[in-house]
Design a protein around this ligand. Sequence first.
Ligand code: SF4
Ligand code: SF4
Ligand code: SF4
Length: 161
Amino acid sequence: MLSGKGVAHPAPIRPPWTDERRIAESCTRCDACVHVCPEGVLTHGQGGFPIFDPALGSGACTFCGVCAAACDEGVFDLTRTPPWTIAPTIETTACLAHAGIHCSSCKDVCDENAVGMVLRIGGPPVPEILSEKCTGCGACVGVCPGGAIKLCAEEPMEGAA
Ligand code: SF4
Ligand code: SF4
Ligand code: SF4
């Protein structure tokens, strides 16, 4: 892995249509993909290699493919479906709805209808990520008033082992 030195550190989220192996083998750290992203959600992480960060720019990837088109090194594989495997997780202790406050910001922002609101007795509905619909775009992360939603690579990236 290009990240971390054995310390507990979340795996970096690479741009869509890439993985650790492709980055390690072919990326020249030219930053072209970072600079062209119209959503401003790419930056360079440890070692200068590109990463996706939903705290930046618009906060969400639209899968426009502009980053892939800008790369001259063949790092991106546009045949990859889905483009990445990113799973949002909701930390219930930080979620307002779980604390009894009505909130559906994550559901409201999700264009994929990938957030369900689960009815419960004794409190407002609580959000649940519907993994079969979620694209991992990141839009729900920045709108959460409790900072309860995190993205992580759901599975080890292809070739990362
Ligand atoms: S697909 Fe488009 S929005 Fe997503 S990271 Fe690449 S350039 Fe940015
Ligand atoms: S455009 Fe390609 S070579 Fe340049 S930083 Fe992005 S992935 Fe690496
Ligand atoms: S990351 Fe998933 S749940 Fe969150 S807004 Fe995007 S598609 Fe919806």
